[in-house]
Design a binder for this molecule. Sequence first.
Ligand SMILES: [Zn+2]
Length: 305
Amino acid sequence: MRKILYVAGASRSGSTILDIYLSRSFNMFSVGELTYFFEKGVLKGELCACGSPVTQCAFWSSVIRAFGWKDIIKNAEIYSRLTDRFDGIKGFLRSFRLTRRNELPFDVSEYLSLTNRLLSAVFQVLGTGVILLDSSKLPSRALWCQQLSDYDTYVLHFARDAAATAFSWTQKKLRPEASYLGKDVYMVRLSYRRALFRWMRYNLYATMLRYRFPTGRYRFMRYECFVAEPEALSKEILTFVGGEPQAGWNNRWGYHSIAGNPLRLNKSADLTIVPDHRARKALPLWKSGIANLMSLPLSKYMNRR
Ligand SMILES: [Zn+2]
């Protein structure tokens, strides 16, 4: 059975670091935030992590060939609309309810069929024995991936401290993957307060996935723990997915993730992970205190085994 490791949680949680580390160390291949393949990769022409536009890079053009060029163009807008509807955070509770009762809405079949075709094309290019790492993070997408019988989906709920995540949302950051055509495009920014509520909502929903995935298919991990011991925790993740470290593993494709933190475009980024304390230094005490108070009950709940 083909395996997918799905990273769920809130954006700006440091999952790009996790992505880079796992895909360089083990037989895992990161596709980044696959939910945006059609919208950002095909329709908007944004750059892949390798630095080429997604539709022109060696890896993704092989995937597109496997999918069928004509079908990619034909379905790009349709799939972007479908992901808005089915992957979006607004629809999570509905998706949670419907998948529990196994009452799938009739119009989800097109979304599931296109997701299945896209995954199948990716695996066709990658070959056997590779675990696909999808960092889309949207909790609904994990529920829908679970409906695809050709794949074993494992959920890794990855969360960062609420204050640090909210601080990251307030920072101005260029998106070079969308700026290469001459116009500067920046990452979306939110106020600190809105970013805190966003953290709560996404992490609450990602926590609910533990009630939908059987034991051994859901795992929670903190960003702060991962960056403190990346090697040990990466091995734990690999064991969780039922993989084995493969001596001499050679990723012949390289790194080709879609969307996510612009850090992924930095080819010189090495495997040395340094904990990021910028938020702790920059935030006044009362602001981090509010974040800690607000997030405490959910943080405790997320940590429960
Ligand atoms: Zn690429």
